[in-house]
Design a protein around this ligand. Structure first.
Ligand code: FES
Length: 106
């Protein structure tokens, strides 16, 4: 159960241990993270689960898949080269300490 932290634009953080196999949109909603809506339930159809990481974590997470990459084009607000859709990231032990940035205006 890795410890995951969500950080908003003002530096406020919410952290929680997430069961392996849980997608990080669902985990954010369960933890009450503002700005992570997950309107499509993780079906890659809304991009309301947008997060970003720092470059080190982006490297460790790997690139978005092709469909995720297409959906990232629809992100409102702050897109970055390290943007991901959190419904497409599954928790596992190697993500211990991961920090996800919730974009401003999300
Ligand atoms: S929850 Fe809709 S794309 Fe992630």
């Amino acid at each position: 159960m890795p410890l995951i932290t969500w950080r908003d634009a003002d530096g406020r953080e919410i952290s929680g241990n997430v069961a392996s196999g849980t997608n990080l949109m669902r985990a954010a909603r369960d933890a009450g993270v503002p700005g992570i809506h997950g309107d499509c339930g993780g079906a890659l159809a809304c991009a309301t689960c947008h997060v970003a990481t720092d470059p080190v974590w982006a490297e460790r997470l790997g690139p978005p898949g092709p469909l995720e990459d297409e959906m990232l084009d629809m992100v409102d607000g702050e897109w970055t080269p390290t943007s991901r859709l959190s419904c497409q990231i599954l928790a596992h032990e190697d993500l211990e300490g991961l920090i996800l940035i919730v974009p401003p205006g999300a």
